[in-house]
Design a protein around this ligand. Structure first.
Ligand SMILES: NC(=O)CC[C@H](N)C(=O)O
Length: 459
Protein backbone atom coordinates (compact mmCIF):
# COMPACT_ATOMS: atom_id res chain seq x y z
CA UNK A 1 0.00 0.00 0.00
CA UNK A 2 1.36 3.51 -0.91
CA UNK A 3 1.15 6.52 1.36
CA UNK A 4 -0.84 9.63 0.50
CA UNK A 5 2.44 11.50 -0.05
CA UNK A 6 3.61 8.82 -2.55
CA UNK A 7 0.38 9.16 -4.47
CA UNK A 8 0.45 12.93 -4.53
CA UNK A 9 4.03 12.75 -5.83
CA UNK A 10 2.99 10.20 -8.48
CA UNK A 11 0.24 12.56 -9.59
CA UNK A 12 2.81 15.38 -9.99
CA UNK A 13 2.36 17.34 -6.74
CA UNK A 14 -0.66 18.77 -4.88
CA UNK A 15 -1.86 21.09 -7.66
CA UNK A 16 -1.64 18.40 -10.33
CA UNK A 17 -3.31 15.88 -7.98
CA UNK A 18 -6.18 18.30 -7.43
CA UNK A 19 -6.70 18.84 -11.13
CA UNK A 20 -6.43 15.08 -11.96
CA UNK A 21 -9.17 14.34 -9.44
CA UNK A 22 -11.33 17.37 -10.25
CA UNK A 23 -11.11 18.67 -6.67
CA UNK A 24 -9.64 21.78 -5.03
CA UNK A 25 -6.25 21.89 -3.27
CA UNK A 26 -8.16 22.04 0.04
CA UNK A 27 -9.28 18.42 -0.60
CA UNK A 28 -5.65 17.41 -1.15
CA UNK A 29 -4.71 19.13 2.15
CA UNK A 30 -7.41 17.01 3.86
CA UNK A 31 -6.01 13.81 2.30
CA UNK A 32 -2.59 14.68 3.75
CA UNK A 33 -4.03 15.50 7.14
CA UNK A 34 -6.09 12.29 7.30
CA UNK A 35 -3.34 10.30 5.57
CA UNK A 36 -6.14 8.70 3.56
CA UNK A 37 -7.86 9.15 0.22
CA UNK A 38 -11.65 9.06 0.49
CA UNK A 39 -13.37 6.34 -1.53
CA UNK A 40 -15.14 8.77 -3.86
CA UNK A 41 -11.74 9.84 -5.28
CA UNK A 42 -10.40 6.32 -5.79
CA UNK A 43 -11.61 5.87 -9.39
CA UNK A 44 -9.95 9.16 -10.47
CA UNK A 45 -6.69 8.30 -8.69
CA UNK A 46 -6.66 4.78 -10.13
CA UNK A 47 -7.14 5.97 -13.68
CA UNK A 48 -4.54 8.76 -13.36
CA UNK A 49 -1.84 6.58 -11.75
CA UNK A 50 -2.50 3.10 -13.10
CA UNK A 51 -2.25 1.79 -9.51
CA UNK A 52 -4.56 -0.96 -8.26
CA UNK A 53 -7.12 -0.56 -5.51
CA UNK A 54 -4.99 -2.35 -2.94
CA UNK A 55 -2.26 0.31 -3.40
CA UNK A 56 -4.48 3.13 -2.12
CA UNK A 57 -4.57 4.35 1.48
CA UNK A 58 -8.28 4.37 2.37
CA UNK A 59 -10.22 5.96 5.15
CA UNK A 60 -8.50 5.18 8.49
CA UNK A 61 -10.02 2.18 10.19
CA UNK A 62 -11.05 0.60 6.92
CA UNK A 63 -8.88 -1.95 5.21
CA UNK A 64 -9.10 -1.70 1.49
CA UNK A 65 -8.88 -5.44 1.15
CA UNK A 66 -12.07 -5.87 3.12
CA UNK A 67 -13.85 -2.71 2.03
CA UNK A 68 -13.85 -2.77 -1.76
CA UNK A 69 -16.31 -0.13 -2.73
CA UNK A 70 -17.25 2.41 -5.38
CA UNK A 71 -14.19 1.74 -7.58
CA UNK A 72 -15.11 1.00 -11.16
CA UNK A 73 -12.23 -1.31 -12.10
CA UNK A 74 -13.40 -4.40 -13.99
CA UNK A 75 -10.99 -6.64 -12.05
CA UNK A 76 -12.22 -7.57 -8.58
CA UNK A 77 -10.12 -6.19 -5.72
CA UNK A 78 -8.63 -8.81 -3.38
CA UNK A 79 -11.31 -10.50 -1.32
CA UNK A 80 -14.24 -9.38 -3.47
CA UNK A 81 -16.78 -12.18 -3.76
CA UNK A 82 -19.72 -10.06 -4.82
CA UNK A 83 -20.54 -7.09 -6.97
CA UNK A 84 -23.28 -4.80 -8.11
CA UNK A 85 -23.04 -3.92 -11.79
CA UNK A 86 -25.14 -0.95 -12.83
CA UNK A 87 -26.67 -0.40 -16.27
CA UNK A 88 -24.18 2.44 -16.97
CA UNK A 89 -21.25 0.05 -16.37
CA UNK A 90 -20.41 1.20 -12.82
CA UNK A 91 -19.18 -1.71 -10.70
CA UNK A 92 -19.38 -1.72 -6.93
CA UNK A 93 -17.35 -4.50 -5.37
CA UNK A 94 -18.02 -6.12 -2.01
CA UNK A 95 -18.32 -9.41 -0.19
CA UNK A 96 -21.10 -11.70 -1.34
CA UNK A 97 -23.31 -13.50 1.17
CA UNK A 98 -26.56 -15.46 1.06
CA UNK A 99 -27.15 -17.51 -2.09
CA UNK A 100 -24.41 -17.75 -4.74
CA UNK A 101 -26.44 -16.35 -7.59
CA UNK A 102 -27.07 -13.26 -9.72
CA UNK A 103 -30.26 -11.24 -10.10
CA UNK A 104 -31.26 -8.16 -12.06
CA UNK A 105 -33.53 -5.39 -10.77
CA UNK A 106 -33.96 -1.75 -9.88
CA UNK A 107 -31.54 -0.64 -7.15
CA UNK A 108 -33.41 1.32 -4.48
CA UNK A 109 -32.60 2.35 -0.91
CA UNK A 110 -34.55 1.88 2.31
CA UNK A 111 -33.83 4.03 5.37
CA UNK A 112 -35.63 1.82 7.94
CA UNK A 113 -33.67 1.00 11.08
CA UNK A 114 -35.68 -2.11 11.93
CA UNK A 115 -37.66 -4.81 10.16
CA UNK A 116 -35.34 -6.03 7.41
CA UNK A 117 -37.16 -9.36 7.29
CA UNK A 118 -40.55 -7.69 6.76
CA UNK A 119 -38.96 -5.48 4.10
CA UNK A 120 -37.36 -8.41 2.26
CA UNK A 121 -40.70 -10.30 2.26
CA UNK A 122 -42.88 -7.32 1.28
CA UNK A 123 -44.17 -8.37 -2.17
CA UNK A 124 -44.01 -4.73 -3.31
CA UNK A 125 -40.22 -5.17 -3.58
CA UNK A 126 -40.54 -7.62 -6.50
CA UNK A 127 -38.04 -6.59 -9.18
CA UNK A 128 -35.91 -4.56 -6.74
CA UNK A 129 -32.49 -4.83 -5.11
CA UNK A 130 -32.62 -3.11 -1.73
CA UNK A 131 -29.76 -1.00 -0.34
CA UNK A 132 -30.22 -0.75 3.42
CA UNK A 133 -28.86 2.56 4.70
CA UNK A 134 -28.96 1.23 8.29
CA UNK A 135 -25.62 -0.55 8.75
CA UNK A 136 -26.60 -3.39 11.10
CA UNK A 137 -28.70 -5.72 9.02
CA UNK A 138 -29.10 -9.34 10.13
CA UNK A 139 -28.24 -8.83 13.79
CA UNK A 140 -31.60 -10.16 15.05
CA UNK A 141 -31.62 -13.11 12.65
CA UNK A 142 -34.88 -14.28 11.10
CA UNK A 143 -38.00 -15.99 12.44
CA UNK A 144 -41.20 -17.43 11.06
CA UNK A 145 -43.51 -14.73 12.46
CA UNK A 146 -42.06 -11.62 10.79
CA UNK A 147 -42.85 -12.68 7.23
CA UNK A 148 -45.01 -10.41 5.10
CA UNK A 149 -45.34 -13.15 2.48
CA UNK A 150 -44.19 -16.76 2.24
CA UNK A 151 -41.70 -16.12 -0.57
CA UNK A 152 -39.46 -13.05 -0.42
CA UNK A 153 -39.96 -10.93 -3.52
CA UNK A 154 -36.85 -8.72 -3.31
CA UNK A 155 -34.14 -9.63 -5.79
CA UNK A 156 -31.16 -8.94 -3.49
CA UNK A 157 -29.82 -6.78 -0.68
CA UNK A 158 -26.83 -4.50 -0.22
CA UNK A 159 -25.48 -3.73 3.24
CA UNK A 160 -22.58 -1.92 4.89
CA UNK A 161 -21.46 -4.37 7.58
CA UNK A 162 -21.12 -8.12 7.37
CA UNK A 163 -24.06 -9.98 8.87
CA UNK A 164 -23.21 -11.00 12.44
CA UNK A 165 -24.49 -13.93 14.54
CA UNK A 166 -28.13 -13.30 15.49
CA UNK A 167 -28.68 -11.95 18.99
CA UNK A 168 -32.41 -12.10 19.66
CA UNK A 169 -34.65 -14.53 21.52
CA UNK A 170 -37.10 -14.69 18.60
CA UNK A 171 -34.45 -15.68 16.06
CA UNK A 172 -34.74 -19.16 14.60
CA UNK A 173 -32.32 -18.80 11.67
CA UNK A 174 -29.25 -16.77 10.66
CA UNK A 175 -30.07 -14.23 7.92
CA UNK A 176 -27.34 -15.76 5.76
CA UNK A 177 -28.91 -19.25 5.86
CA UNK A 178 -32.37 -17.78 5.34
CA UNK A 179 -31.18 -15.99 2.19
CA UNK A 180 -29.53 -19.19 0.94
CA UNK A 181 -32.77 -21.11 1.44
CA UNK A 182 -34.65 -18.48 -0.58
CA UNK A 183 -32.03 -18.17 -3.36
CA UNK A 184 -31.30 -14.50 -2.64
CA UNK A 185 -27.85 -12.94 -2.94
CA UNK A 186 -26.52 -10.22 -0.63
CA UNK A 187 -23.57 -7.86 -0.97
CA UNK A 188 -21.73 -6.56 2.12
CA UNK A 189 -18.83 -4.18 2.68
CA UNK A 190 -20.37 -1.55 0.41
CA UNK A 191 -20.21 2.18 1.09
CA UNK A 192 -24.01 2.34 1.24
CA UNK A 193 -23.94 6.11 1.88
CA UNK A 194 -22.15 6.69 -1.42
CA UNK A 195 -24.53 4.31 -3.22
CA UNK A 196 -27.54 6.09 -1.69
CA UNK A 197 -26.18 9.47 -2.84
CA UNK A 198 -25.74 7.98 -6.32
CA UNK A 199 -29.40 6.86 -6.31
CA UNK A 200 -30.58 10.17 -4.81
CA UNK A 201 -28.76 12.25 -7.41
CA UNK A 202 -29.24 10.09 -10.49
CA UNK A 203 -32.51 8.22 -9.82
CA UNK A 204 -32.83 4.50 -9.05
CA UNK A 205 -30.60 2.67 -11.56
CA UNK A 206 -31.06 -0.84 -12.90
CA UNK A 207 -28.36 -3.29 -11.94
CA UNK A 208 -27.28 -6.88 -11.37
CA UNK A 209 -26.21 -8.17 -7.95
CA UNK A 210 -23.88 -11.14 -8.17
CA UNK A 211 -22.29 -13.41 -5.55
CA UNK A 212 -19.54 -15.91 -6.36
CA UNK A 213 -17.36 -17.47 -3.69
CA UNK A 214 -14.52 -17.95 -6.21
CA UNK A 215 -14.53 -14.22 -7.04
CA UNK A 216 -14.70 -14.97 -10.78
CA UNK A 217 -17.23 -12.72 -12.50
CA UNK A 218 -18.13 -12.45 -16.17
CA UNK A 219 -18.29 -8.66 -16.01
CA UNK A 220 -19.15 -8.22 -19.70
CA UNK A 221 -22.18 -10.51 -19.30
CA UNK A 222 -23.30 -8.79 -16.10
CA UNK A 223 -23.00 -5.35 -17.73
CA UNK A 224 -25.05 -6.57 -20.69
CA UNK A 225 -27.70 -8.04 -18.38
CA UNK A 226 -27.98 -4.80 -16.37
CA UNK A 227 -28.15 -2.62 -19.49
CA UNK A 228 -30.66 -4.96 -21.18
CA UNK A 229 -33.22 -5.05 -18.34
CA UNK A 230 -36.22 -2.90 -19.34
CA UNK A 231 -36.85 -1.39 -15.87
CA UNK A 232 -39.94 -1.20 -13.68
CA UNK A 233 -41.78 1.40 -15.73
CA UNK A 234 -44.47 -0.40 -17.71
CA UNK A 235 -43.85 -3.66 -15.80
CA UNK A 236 -46.86 -5.50 -14.35
CA UNK A 237 -45.58 -7.54 -11.40
CA UNK A 238 -48.81 -7.73 -9.37
CA UNK A 239 -49.94 -10.71 -11.47
CA UNK A 240 -46.75 -12.56 -10.48
CA UNK A 241 -47.07 -12.16 -6.70
CA UNK A 242 -50.85 -12.40 -6.23
CA UNK A 243 -52.49 -15.49 -4.73
CA UNK A 244 -53.73 -18.11 -7.20
CA UNK A 245 -56.96 -18.83 -5.32
CA UNK A 246 -59.21 -17.02 -2.87
CA UNK A 247 -58.77 -17.70 0.84
CA UNK A 248 -60.22 -16.54 4.16
CA UNK A 249 -58.16 -14.50 6.63
CA UNK A 250 -59.02 -14.06 10.33
CA UNK A 251 -55.59 -13.78 11.99
CA UNK A 252 -55.19 -10.61 14.05
CA UNK A 253 -52.12 -8.55 14.96
CA UNK A 254 -49.25 -9.88 17.06
CA UNK A 255 -49.26 -9.01 20.76
CA UNK A 256 -46.36 -9.25 23.20
CA UNK A 257 -47.63 -12.05 25.44
CA UNK A 258 -50.05 -13.89 23.18
CA UNK A 259 -48.59 -13.71 19.66
CA UNK A 260 -51.12 -13.65 16.82
CA UNK A 261 -54.84 -13.90 17.61
CA UNK A 262 -58.03 -14.81 15.71
CA UNK A 263 -61.00 -12.61 14.89
CA UNK A 264 -63.94 -14.65 16.12
CA UNK A 265 -66.69 -12.00 16.13
CA UNK A 266 -66.27 -9.94 12.95
CA UNK A 267 -68.70 -7.15 12.21
CA UNK A 268 -67.94 -6.45 8.54
CA UNK A 269 -67.24 -8.60 5.51
CA UNK A 270 -64.30 -7.35 3.44
CA UNK A 271 -62.97 -8.59 0.13
CA UNK A 272 -59.24 -7.83 -0.11
CA UNK A 273 -57.91 -7.76 -3.65
CA UNK A 274 -54.39 -9.18 -3.49
CA UNK A 275 -51.97 -7.30 -5.76
CA UNK A 276 -49.13 -8.46 -3.47
CA UNK A 277 -50.70 -7.91 -0.03
CA UNK A 278 -48.58 -7.75 3.10
CA UNK A 279 -49.90 -10.09 5.78
CA UNK A 280 -49.96 -7.38 8.42
CA UNK A 281 -52.50 -5.38 6.40
CA UNK A 282 -54.81 -8.38 6.48
CA UNK A 283 -54.19 -8.70 10.23
CA UNK A 284 -54.99 -5.02 10.79
CA UNK A 285 -58.26 -5.47 8.90
CA UNK A 286 -59.09 -8.56 11.01
CA UNK A 287 -58.14 -6.73 14.23
CA UNK A 288 -60.46 -3.85 13.25
CA UNK A 289 -63.38 -6.32 13.10
CA UNK A 290 -63.33 -7.54 9.51
CA UNK A 291 -64.02 -11.01 8.18
CA UNK A 292 -61.58 -10.97 5.25
CA UNK A 293 -61.71 -12.92 1.98
CA UNK A 294 -58.58 -12.48 -0.13
CA UNK A 295 -59.08 -12.74 -3.90
CA UNK A 296 -56.55 -12.79 -6.78
CA UNK A 297 -55.52 -9.53 -8.49
CA UNK A 298 -57.41 -10.45 -11.65
CA UNK A 299 -60.78 -10.98 -9.90
CA UNK A 300 -63.56 -9.18 -11.78
CA UNK A 301 -66.10 -6.81 -10.19
CA UNK A 302 -68.72 -9.59 -10.41
CA UNK A 303 -66.43 -12.08 -8.64
CA UNK A 304 -65.65 -9.53 -5.91
CA UNK A 305 -69.28 -8.49 -5.41
CA UNK A 306 -70.43 -12.14 -5.36
CA UNK A 307 -68.99 -12.30 -1.82
CA UNK A 308 -71.52 -9.61 -0.81
CA UNK A 309 -68.84 -7.47 0.84
CA UNK A 310 -69.49 -4.53 3.16
CA UNK A 311 -66.24 -3.10 1.85
CA UNK A 312 -63.50 -3.80 -0.68
CA UNK A 313 -59.83 -3.39 0.16
CA UNK A 314 -57.20 -2.78 -2.57
CA UNK A 315 -53.79 -3.99 -1.45
CA UNK A 316 -50.23 -2.82 -1.93
CA UNK A 317 -48.14 -4.49 -4.63
CA UNK A 318 -45.12 -4.27 -6.91
CA UNK A 319 -44.50 -2.77 -10.34
CA UNK A 320 -46.02 0.04 -12.34
CA UNK A 321 -49.68 0.74 -11.44
CA UNK A 322 -50.43 1.84 -15.00
CA UNK A 323 -49.38 -1.62 -16.26
CA UNK A 324 -52.28 -3.33 -14.46
CA UNK A 325 -54.77 -1.28 -16.48
CA UNK A 326 -56.40 -4.13 -18.32
CA UNK A 327 -57.70 -5.99 -15.24
CA UNK A 328 -57.45 -3.80 -12.10
CA UNK A 329 -59.10 -0.59 -13.27
CA UNK A 330 -62.25 -2.17 -14.80
CA UNK A 331 -62.77 -4.30 -11.66
CA UNK A 332 -62.38 -1.31 -9.31
CA UNK A 333 -64.66 0.84 -11.45
CA UNK A 334 -67.28 -1.93 -11.36
CA UNK A 335 -66.99 -2.16 -7.56
CA UNK A 336 -67.25 1.61 -7.13
CA UNK A 337 -70.34 1.73 -9.34
CA UNK A 338 -72.07 -0.47 -6.75
CA UNK A 339 -71.35 2.14 -4.00
CA UNK A 340 -69.57 -0.46 -1.84
CA UNK A 341 -66.95 1.34 0.34
CA UNK A 342 -63.39 1.05 -0.99
CA UNK A 343 -60.07 1.50 0.86
CA UNK A 344 -56.70 1.28 -0.90
CA UNK A 345 -53.09 1.19 0.30
CA UNK A 346 -50.04 2.03 -1.82
CA UNK A 347 -50.52 0.20 -5.17
CA UNK A 348 -54.21 0.04 -4.17
CA UNK A 349 -54.14 3.84 -3.73
CA UNK A 350 -52.59 4.31 -7.16
CA UNK A 351 -55.14 1.94 -8.72
CA UNK A 352 -58.06 3.76 -7.07
CA UNK A 353 -56.68 7.04 -8.51
CA UNK A 354 -56.34 5.47 -11.98
CA UNK A 355 -59.91 4.15 -11.70
CA UNK A 356 -61.11 7.69 -10.94
CA UNK A 357 -59.40 8.87 -14.14
CA UNK A 358 -56.18 10.30 -12.62
CA UNK A 359 -52.62 9.50 -13.72
CA UNK A 360 -49.53 8.11 -11.96
CA UNK A 361 -45.86 8.80 -12.65
CA UNK A 362 -42.48 7.38 -11.60
CA UNK A 363 -40.74 9.21 -8.77
CA UNK A 364 -37.03 9.78 -9.38
CA UNK A 365 -35.93 8.00 -6.21
CA UNK A 366 -39.00 6.77 -4.35
CA UNK A 367 -39.93 6.78 -0.67
CA UNK A 368 -38.72 3.75 1.28
CA UNK A 369 -38.29 3.69 5.03
CA UNK A 370 -40.09 4.01 8.32
CA UNK A 371 -39.63 7.70 9.09
CA UNK A 372 -41.64 9.53 6.45
CA UNK A 373 -43.74 12.47 7.72
CA UNK A 374 -47.22 12.84 6.21
CA UNK A 375 -49.89 15.42 6.94
CA UNK A 376 -53.54 14.38 7.13
CA UNK A 377 -55.25 17.44 5.66
CA UNK A 378 -58.63 16.36 7.03
CA UNK A 379 -57.44 16.63 10.67
CA UNK A 380 -54.27 18.74 10.37
CA UNK A 381 -52.33 16.01 12.18
CA UNK A 382 -48.86 14.89 11.15
CA UNK A 383 -48.08 11.19 11.29
CA UNK A 384 -44.76 9.41 10.90
CA UNK A 385 -45.28 6.67 8.37
CA UNK A 386 -43.76 3.60 6.86
CA UNK A 387 -43.43 3.81 3.09
CA UNK A 388 -42.32 1.84 0.07
CA UNK A 389 -43.23 3.26 -3.28
CA UNK A 390 -41.53 4.34 -6.49
CA UNK A 391 -44.60 5.66 -8.30
CA UNK A 392 -47.01 8.39 -7.20
CA UNK A 393 -50.41 9.84 -8.09
CA UNK A 394 -50.34 13.16 -9.94
CA UNK A 395 -52.87 15.21 -7.93
CA UNK A 396 -53.35 17.66 -10.81
CA UNK A 397 -55.01 14.88 -12.80
CA UNK A 398 -57.63 14.04 -10.14
CA UNK A 399 -61.23 14.64 -11.21
CA UNK A 400 -63.47 17.19 -9.43
CA UNK A 401 -65.10 14.27 -7.64
CA UNK A 402 -61.91 13.47 -5.67
CA UNK A 403 -59.80 15.44 -3.20
CA UNK A 404 -56.29 15.22 -1.81
CA UNK A 405 -56.37 14.12 1.86
CA UNK A 406 -52.68 13.52 2.67
CA UNK A 407 -49.36 15.01 1.53
CA UNK A 408 -45.73 14.07 2.10
CA UNK A 409 -43.88 16.60 4.23
CA UNK A 410 -40.61 15.48 2.61
CA UNK A 411 -41.37 16.41 -0.98
CA UNK A 412 -45.01 17.52 -1.12
CA UNK A 413 -46.09 14.55 -3.26
CA UNK A 414 -49.53 13.02 -2.89
CA UNK A 415 -50.04 10.58 0.00
CA UNK A 416 -53.81 10.13 0.06
CA UNK A 417 -57.07 10.82 -1.74
CA UNK A 418 -60.82 10.44 -1.16
CA UNK A 419 -63.72 10.43 -3.58
CA UNK A 420 -66.28 13.13 -2.78
CA UNK A 421 -69.28 11.46 -4.43
CA UNK A 422 -68.93 7.92 -3.08
CA UNK A 423 -67.33 6.05 -0.15
CA UNK A 424 -63.77 5.48 -1.38
CA UNK A 425 -60.41 6.60 -0.01
CA UNK A 426 -56.79 5.52 -0.11
CA UNK A 427 -53.28 6.29 1.14
CA UNK A 428 -49.92 5.98 -0.56
CA UNK A 429 -48.11 4.91 2.61
CA UNK A 430 -48.34 1.81 4.82
CA UNK A 431 -50.64 2.32 7.85
CA UNK A 432 -50.10 -1.31 8.90
CA UNK A 433 -46.44 -0.37 9.55
CA UNK A 434 -44.58 -3.69 9.90
CA UNK A 435 -41.95 -2.41 10.01
CA UNK A 436 -42.51 1.11 11.26
CA UNK A 437 -44.57 3.36 13.49
CA UNK A 438 -48.25 2.67 14.13
CA UNK A 439 -49.41 6.32 13.94
CA UNK A 440 -51.62 5.56 10.95
CA UNK A 441 -53.60 2.58 12.30
CA UNK A 442 -56.60 4.95 12.58
CA UNK A 443 -57.20 4.47 8.85
CA UNK A 444 -58.42 0.91 9.40
CA UNK A 445 -61.00 2.33 11.81
CA UNK A 446 -61.93 5.02 9.27
CA UNK A 447 -62.65 2.22 6.81
CA UNK A 448 -64.74 0.33 9.37
CA UNK A 449 -66.70 3.51 10.18
CA UNK A 450 -67.26 4.07 6.47
CA UNK A 451 -68.65 0.52 6.11
CA UNK A 452 -70.87 1.00 9.17
CA UNK A 453 -72.23 4.30 7.80
CA UNK A 454 -72.82 2.75 4.40
CA UNK A 455 -74.72 -0.19 5.97
CA UNK A 456 -76.78 2.21 8.11
CA UNK A 457 -77.60 4.24 4.98
CA UNK A 458 -78.77 1.12 3.16
CA UNK A 459 -80.85 -0.12 6.12
N1 LIG B 1 -45.86 -0.69 -1.74
C1 LIG B 1 -46.53 -0.57 -2.88
O1 LIG B 1 -47.68 -0.96 -2.98
C2 LIG B 1 -45.76 -0.03 -4.05
C3 LIG B 1 -46.63 0.44 -5.18
C4 LIG B 1 -45.88 0.60 -6.48
N2 LIG B 1 -45.32 -0.65 -6.90
C5 LIG B 1 -44.81 1.67 -6.34
O2 LIG B 1 -43.64 1.36 -6.32
O3 LIG B 1 -45.12 2.84 -6.24
Amino acid sequence: MRTVEDIIALLGGPEAAASHCGVGTEAIRKWRQARAIPAKHWPAVLSATGLSLSDLPGTPGETLKTEPTMASADTPPDGATGCLVLADGTIIWGRGFGAETSAVGEVCFNTGMTGYQETLTDPSYAGQIITFTFPHIGNVGTNIEDLESVTPAARGLIVRQDVTEPANYRSTKHLNGWLVSHGIAGLAGVDTRALTVLIRDGGAPNGVISHRADGKFDIAALKAQAAGWPGLEGMDLAKEVTCRQSFAWNETEWAWSTGFGQQTAPTHKVVAVDYGAKRNILRCLASAGCDVVVVPATATAEEILAHKPDGVFLSNGPGDPAATGEYAVPAIQGVMASQVPVFGICLGHQLLALSLGAKTFKLPRGHRGANQPVKDLTTGKVEITSQNHGFAVDPKTLPDTAKVTHVSLFDGTNEGIAATDRPAFSVQYHPEASPGPTDSHYLFHRFVEMMAASKAGRA
